[in-house]
Design a protein around this ligand. Structure first.
Ligand SMILES: C[S@@+](CC[C@H](N)C(=O)[O-])C[C@H]1O[C@@H](n2cnc3c(N)ncnc32)[C@H](O)[C@@H]1O
Length: 254
């Protein structure tokens, strides 16, 4: 479903993706992801001197880490209304000093004109969600948003299509009398990965409700992304060859 938004200068169409997933995202995935996000980005965030850009901020785990581990401004870019709702709820609970440093941008990055706002940019678990055509628009937008010498850290998407259906069960979480559960099923369809998320809520006797949302993902290898980024002036940072991150910088720009 698409919502028509009335903006200051024009009408914008807003995506309703993650409308189902947003409810279940943190309760089922936040604990494991919190540990991963700290491990992958905490030290880079601590090095930020100008700003941190969290592209595809989702419910805000990287954004909140950036506010807590740096003293710089933070830009959280999140086009999906459902995810942004959780993000803003999280930001509302922060101390005023931190909330005053974060700006939430409700559009895709390539539709914003962010210019030199950050020296550290992070794309956690988002590049795989972009079709190649949109990815190609993301790189120059990131180049513009970064200051000269700034760095970009991107969590790598799956390198290739799965050869068989992959099913991942999410750990159950109790909430009072109910237990929340979920399953992610990934399979190849053409050049994309169909990613179906099934969620359910149970009590002691029954399944009370079940909901489903399907996403598409596009695989890309480190070499392919490195080539795409190089075409927009990014150079690889050494030492990440074995990492789940692709790390690049914009040396000597401008
Ligand atoms: C799988 S979610 C990950 C969210 C968050 N980074 C996390 O790991 O919890 C991917 C996010 O990227 C956002 N997104 C998709 N296209 C985008 C774009 N062009 N610019 C910025 N964000 C985008 C989606 O709305 C979604 O919230």
């Amino acid at each position: 479903m698409l919502t028509i938004l009335s903006g200051p200068s024009d009408l914008r169409r807003e995506s309703d993706s993650y409308a189902v997933t947003a409810e279940f995202y943190d309760i089922l995935q936040a604990d494991a992801d919190e540990v991963r996000v700290r491990r992958l980005y905490a030290r880079h965030i601590a090095d930020a001197r100008t700003g941190v850009l969290d592209v595809g901020a989702g419910t805000g785990r990287v954004t909140v880490l950036a506010l807590a581990h740096s003293g710089v401004d933070v830009h959280a870019v999140e086009p999906a209304r459902a995810m942004r709702t959780s993000l803003l709820t999280r930001l509302a609970a922060l101390p005023t000093e931190q909330r005053n440093r974060v700006t939430v941008h409700p559009r895709p990055l390539d539709e914003l004109a962010l210019d030199s706002v950050a020296d550290v940019a992070i794309g956690h678990n988002m590049v795989g969600c972009l079709p190649p055509g949109i990815r190609e628009k993301l790189w120059p937008a990131l180049g513009k948003a970064l200051t000269p010498g700034g760095s970009l850290f991107v969590q790598l998407p799956p390198a290739r299509l799965p050869t068989r259906t992959i099913v991942r069960l999410l750990a159950d979480k109790r909430v009072g009398e109910h237990v929340y559960g979920g399953r992610i099923t990934m399979s190849a369809v053409g050049n994309r990965i169909r990613t179906r998320a099934d969620y359910w809520v149970r009590d002691a006797e029954d399944v009370l409700r079940e909901q489903t949302e399907t996403f598409w993902m596009w695989p890309a290898t480190r070499a392919q992304l490195t080539r795409e980024l190089a075409a927009h002036g990014f150079a690889q940072l050494p030492g990440y060859e074995e990492s789940e991150l692709l790390a690049v910088t914009l040396p000597g720009r401008r």
